[in-house]
Design a protein around this ligand. Structure first.
Ligand SMILES: Cc1cc2nc3c(=O)[nH]c(=O)nc-3n(C[C@H](O)[C@H](O)[C@H](O)COP(=O)(O)OP(=O)(O)OC[C@H]3O[C@@H](n4cnc5c(N)ncnc54)[C@H](O)[C@@H]3O)c2cc1C
Length: 404
């Protein structure tokens, strides 16, 4: 493999987005993943393109970022996204003040909402619980992560990037405060700059150069159940808790999720109570799913970063993203990008590419918000990219490949 100007470690949505951004700026970039693209958290998420409403009352800035990126992705990502809209559902036992605060905060951020009574909400989702007091329409959507990751990688490749799957980074050599070589699947390469986009594994990559990144990993369960034509994404309108989101994916719905601290992203116990609780809680919104036949189940691990939150149980940790310039830790040509959400990957990538360019003395603007992703109008082409990069994840397995 050639020695690239920039090596991006981790082929999830953040790494693929960063590789695309740099390649479009004319930078010689290599993107590597130890397995297929999206095989980490990205391909195992819920697939909800947030409107920002979920975070409106707790994280103004994060909610605003979601809204902005949601609008950009609707313009550039075509069939990586399905326009479904979303409903925040207040059940009879839920605090009405919470609903009102969320609606007001959405208004101040600019997230459009429309309040519906129980009958109006039931007209949109006929099997919605009779227990619904009110609902609020928001511009949530569904995102197919396998397609999104693969389309970003394809655009990077079309602009000169090298994409290597099954390429684990095994070690890095630091000489006089610079990474001078990287061990990659038995070979050594000598990039000028290294970006750590390894998500839940970011601390392991940082350890290779003697640094610590204080990740606070939490896992969440997903359950896919056959259910045709749900319509909008359903969110329970209460403080974030287990089992409060249902996302339509093709002829199924994906129920989620939980938030349980884990120490090792590759080796953590999986618990039946998470499945049972998620199904029961989601069933409070959509009762018919409680007794539906068992579907596919998988877990994902959130790459959360919280240097000051020792012992935090997970729900309270920020979902914001953090760009770490390790020049400040005496490794001059190294940066990490951690935390964040699938929805905000493009902005995370832009800020990371900005830093790399600044350090490398490259003067080139980000264009990722204006250029449509390749294949975005052609689901079959997107699914071919997914195959090319070994990128099929469980989240959208009921959709991706169905056009072939
Ligand atoms: C249960 C759950 C549900 C979620 N739902 C949503 C949602 O609905 N909407 C939303 O916006 N966000 C959601 N998120 C958050 C979102 O999925 C993540 O923030 C995002 O996918 C992280 O992407 P990433 O590229 O940073 O990390 P990853 O996708 O994990 O990518 C990191 C990559 O690094 C690779 N890697 C690791 N070690 C090495 C090595 N040594 N060498 C080479 N490669 C390596 C891994 O294989 C992996 O592919 C959810 C997260 C979870 C856990």
């Amino acid at each position: 493999m050639n020695d690239p100007t920039v090596l991006v470690v981790g082929g999830g949505v953040t790494g693929a987005g960063t590789a695309r951004d740099l390649a479009l700026r004319g930078v010689d970039v290599t993107l590597v993943d130890r397995a297929g693209l999206g095989s980490g958290t990205s391909g195992r998420s819920h697939g909800l393109l947030h409107s920002g409403a979920r975070y409106a009352e707790s994280d103004f800035e994060g909610a605003r970022e979601c809204l902005e990126e949601n609008r950009i992705l609707r313009e550039i990502a075509g069939a990586c996204i399905r326009e479904t809209g979303g409903l925040f559902v207040q059940l009879a036992a839920d605090d009405p003040d919470y609903f009102d605060i969320k609606r007001d905060r959405c208004a101040s951020i600019g997230i459009p909402t429309r309040v519906l009574d129980g009958d109006e909400a039931g007209a949109i989702v006929p099997e919605l619980s009779d227990d619904v007091a009110r609902a609020m329409e928001v511009p949530d959507a569904v995102v197919y992560p396998s397609r999104l990751v693969a389309a970003n990688a394809a655009d990077a490749r079309d602009h000169g990037a090298t994409i290597a799957v099954g390429a684990p980074v095994g070690g890095m050599t630091v000489t006089d405060g610079r990474i001078t070589s990287v061990e990659l699947g038995g070979e050594r390469i000598e990039p000028d700059y290294v970006i750590n986009a390894a998500g839940a594994w970011a601390d392991r990559i940082a350890t290779m150069v003697g640094l610590d990144i204080e990740m606070r990993l939490t896992r969440g369960v997903m359950i896919s159940i056959e259910y045709d034509d749900l319509g909008p994404v359903l969110n329970r309108c209460r403080p974030p808790n287990d089992g409060d989101i249902i996302v339509p994916h093709g002829s199924a719905v994906v129920l989620g999720t939980t938030s349980v601290p884990v120490a090792d992203p590759d080796d953590h116990p999986i618990e039946d109570w998470e499945i049972e609780r998620t199904r029961r809680e989601c069933g409070a919104m959509l009762p018919s799913i409680v007794d539906a036949p068992d579907g596919r189940t998988w877990w994902g691990v959130r790459p959360l970063y919280a240097p000051d939150e020792d012992g935090c149980n997970g729900r309270g940790i920020s979902r914001g993203f953090f760009r770490l310039d390790h020049a400040e830790d005496d490794v001059e040509n190294f940066a990490s990008i951690v935390g964040g959400k699938l929805t905000t990957y493009r902005k995370m990538a832009q800020e990371t590419a900005d830093l790399a360019c600044e350090r490398l003395g490259i003067d080139a603007e980000c264009t990722t918000a204006e250029r449509r992703l390749p294949g975005s109008d052609d689901p079959a082409q997107l699914d071919a990219f997914v195959s090319e990069f070994d990128g099929q994840g469980p989240t959208d397995a009921d959709v991706v490949g169905s056009e072939r």
